[in-house]
Design a protein around this ligand. Structure first.
Ligand code: SF4
Length: 369
């Protein structure tokens, strides 16, 4: 049986580390790129054979910071083009302002990339410095102008609220400066202080005073309101699109449509539609181990039984404004969503599930037990 899946590629390099980040990456060094690119290309080709993938639906190159590869991204893009019938309906690359050069963006465009995701996070300099985010406020602005030239209708921008020193004035300024570049899509995240990060250590050592949770939430809601006023559709907890320019790759995650992941720390989930179970493969967060044997047999494999997959489908599906794909759910599990959690759905009728997802899931999982 052949499969149609999405492809996530993790580029584990950054020019410097942001204090709040818990994604796997190492400091970018030119000498490390070639061996890594050879490894990841071998991994992708191997997985395509292994899972008998006939069609790559969407591609997302994330990280880390893919733009640190510079013109070498061409090596990866050329290898992808050689995959039989390679014509993804959406092909996104993540970039950061300090490395998204004209040369890099040009290589992406020529290599078939049709969507760019740019990490701005905030223009507020004091907040940027507080979390060790590289570059001053002028840097993302310069990059936005450049990115808009290459991807005028498919530019997505990440913003974060909840950084130290942010307030109503600074986040409104962030939104205003962003809207000047008319992005098609905005991902608006609320800062989470992850365990083991430098930010957590600085907070514990009282070097940084975090914002109060309620205040931080109010900043996120304020930005949400501004985006909606500016014509954006709030279609997923953290995502907003203009003119329905949603991220199709991420929608496939939220609807649990199956994907493979290549690169250290990358994860893929391959679903068996016949019995409603899945296998999840996750590579260790170790670039040296990955380079020495970048094959799926070295990834950790978890078997997801039907009950776990039903829970994941609800958890992921209700992040999305339209909820889980009901036809797929019935086909996969032989049950209707409504028959799994009837009381929860009745209780939450006419309420905004996306804004109170944790409470909704608490009720849903309680009912499933
Ligand atoms: S640039 Fe992105 S991936 Fe790299 S450390 Fe900062 S937040 Fe993490």
């Amino acid at each position: 049986m052949s499969l149609s899946l999405s492809l996530y590629i993790h580029i584990p390099f950054c020019n410097s580390f942001c204090d709040y980040c818990d994604f796997y990456s190492v400091i970018a060094k030119n000498g490390k790129f070639d061996i890594f690119l050879d490894s990841i290309i071998a991994d992708i080709n191997y997985q395509i054979e292994y899972f008998k993938i006939s069609k790559i639906k969407t591609v997302y190159i994330g990280g880390g910071t893919p733009s640190v590869l510079g013109k070498r991204i061409t090596v990866l893009l050329d290898a992808l083009k050689k995959i039989p019938d390679f014509a993804p309906e959406e092909f996104t690359v993540e970039v950061n302002p300090e490395s998204a050069t004209e040369e890099f963006l040009c290589a992406c465009k020529e290599g078939g990339v049709n969507r760019l995701s740019l990490g701005v996070q905030t223009f507020h300099e004091r907040s940027r410095r507080a979390v060790n985010r590289i570059g001053d406020a002028a840097l993302p602005e310069k990059c936005l102008a450049l990115a808009k030239r290459f991807f005028p209708d498919s530019l997505s921008v990440d913003l974060i609220t909840g950084f130290p020193y942010q307030n109503e004035k600074t986040v409104l300024n962030d939104i205003k400066r962003l809207l000047d570049f008319d992005p098609a899509h905005v991902s608006l995240y609320s800062l989470t202080v992850e365990k083991g990060t430098s930010l957590e250590q600085k907070i514990t050592a009282k070097e940084i005073i975090p914002l109060e949770n309620d205040f931080s939430d109010s900043l996120w809601l304020l930005c949400r309101e501004e985006l909606i006023k500016a014509g954006f559709w709030h279609y997923e907890i953290s995502n907003f699109a203009k003119n329905k320019k949603v991220c199709r790759h991420n929608i496939r995650y939220w609807l649990m449509e199956g994907w493979i992941g290549a690169g250290p720390a990358a994860s893929g989930t391959v679903i068996n539609e016949e019995n409603g179970t899945a296998k999840r493969f996750t590579y260790p967060s170790d670039i040296e181990a990955y380079n020495s044997s970048p094959f799926i047999k070295n990834a950790i494999c978890e078997e997801l039984g039907t009950n776990i997959l039903i829970r994941e489908s609800l958890l992921m599906g209700y992040r999305y404004c339209e909820g889980p794909d009901k036809v797929l759910f019935k086909k996969r599990f032989g049950r209707n969503v409504e028959d799994c959690i009837p009381q929860t759905l009745e209780k939450w009728k006419n309420k905004d599930i996306m804004l109170f997802l944790n409470s909704f899931l608490f009720d849903a999982f309680d009912e499933l037990d």
